[in-house]
Write a protein that binds this ligand. Sequence first.
Ligand code: TTP
Ligand code: CA
Ligand code: CA
Length: 626
Amino acid sequence: MPVARPESQEPRVIAHVDMDCFYVQVEQRRNPDLRGVPTAVVQYNSWKGGGLIAVGYEARKFGVKRSMRGDEAKRACPDIQLVQVPVARGKADLNLYRSAGSEVVAILSTKGKCERASIDEVYLDLTDAAKSMLLESPPEMLDSIPEEALKSHVLGLSSDENKGEEDVRKWLCQPNADYQAKLLACGTIIVAELRVRVLQETKFTCSAGIAHNKMLAKLASPMHKPAQQTVVPATSVPDLLASLPVKKMKQLGGKLGSSLQDDLGVNTVGDLLKFSEQKLQDLYGINTGTWLWKIARGISGDEVEDRLLPKSHGCGKTFPGPMALKTTSSVKQWLNQLCEELSERIQSDLDQNKRVAQTLTLHARAFKEDEVDPLKKFPSKSCPLRYGTSKIQEDAMHLFELGLGDFLNSKNLGWGITSLAVGASKIVDIPNGTTSILKYLTEKRTSCNSSDCSDALPGEPDHATSLICQKDADTKSYKGHEVPLESKVEENPKTKAPRESASDSKRLSDRDANAKGTILRYFSGGSSSNQSSTSKVETTQIEEQERISSSTASISNSHQNLNLNQNNNALSENWIINIEEIDPSVVDELPLEIQREIRGWIHPSKRINTAKRGSTIAHYFSPARK
Ligand code: TTP
Ligand code: CA
Ligand code: CA
């Protein structure tokens, strides 16, 4: 259930930055012939041309949407170029996109606290940068306001096309504005400059929302896409929320939002203003009641976390229709592939960032030839993570067998697996200065006693302690693990922004950037000379369409801690997954049906309605309300 965090007394400036049609832009940078050409990226499973996972803006003009398959997209836009996601080990390999996202994060994180919220988006806390700018070079003192800042959409300003930039200039430089508004004006300029830098250094465009808190910034960033930014002055918040459907608000997409609509007749977030805090608390409990009362007023205390690296790693694969896995040997074969990738990723996280993952989790979707309980879910299972591919493979298979045993309830029934995923979570930093992981573990081990162990497991564990306790609890322990024992510790990973592919990203020449003027012009330009070139993707592989189960999560999302272990067994005893530890940024990488289940736990509303994802929130705000 949502909880209102105490909001800061000091005004803050927060930005939410989201890349435009991200995978398409990455492919267009790789192959410049695709620039300006209608393009989409398709899934690896290519039944009917493959499901579209990213659609470029040129293709959107033809009505191409993410919900389509390649064949349908070709009918809507015959010239569309379909690029298949890179493939490794028989499944999509997203490393290219992850690295491209890291390049952007490396630039954005130079101006303030930066939280990587997904593969293509971040939150920035620009409060300090805005304060410095206000002291040193406030907008009214600047020789010239950057053109990109003048292109901002400021909610509440008149939408007269001809006077747009002039109005924004006046808003940015208003001498009588209060301190909060002045900081927001500085934030607007800082974000515009960052977006220009991102374009120059990576060739990617992005869109942004700038506001006084995360909630409002996130609502604003998709309002003017692609390659534009939207600002929410405090005075515009009531109008913005008055017309925002409750279901569009984070955490109101599920049962809570339905109850507001059905039981209270609340259709927009602004409609909540009719109810007192007391009334909302009586109806929904103290925490949720207060949270609802606050969001109706645009108040949110959520902080931008200082996090450039993911909180967990995951990889998975779907086996739709006739491809379902029906033998343990076929499951083992695929689990081995998934574990190999997971192992590589946690190993590289260890090598590059000096971070250790502590929990291994197995998720699966399954069916069985049992009419009695057809809706029963395959239980997710977790255990301590042991480094080394073969150990991860062995443990994942063991978890699968445990899950299958529970799923079948000891009955000898036929079964099939339609998706499999493995995850590594509870990732902790190895302290600075540690030169040997083995030494670190040994030192910690001596300070651990049995009472630490039992205390650490159920709640929010002391990570360092629980790492050892878990190893002790696991009879196989870390002895002989394949973590490189002498890891070099160079610097704090938090300050070490990954920039893997920066070298590939030749700088956009000044001539290009200047000629285009603003980012938007750069984006909408581009050659169309290559429209007739052939599709880059083979679409012959026929597969049954993935069926996404809409059934509810097997584990109630009302519990903060999801005890994924219902049985007493050696490996998964007492293992608890905290939903806070599932990184939303990696959920995209899991099979769709598992994504849906996990999203149900994290944010009941997130991406439930993918059919409308191509549209912006902007159309909910009529011009009169601006
Ligand atoms: P989004 O930010 O949702 O979309 P987008 O960047 O393609 O387009 P927009 O300009 O509207 O923001 O997702 C980022 C990337 O994540 C997207 O390019 C592809 C990937 N993705 C999936 O693989 N599956 C999904 O269901 C979604 C929503 C995204
Ligand atoms: Ca995006
Ligand atoms: Ca996004």
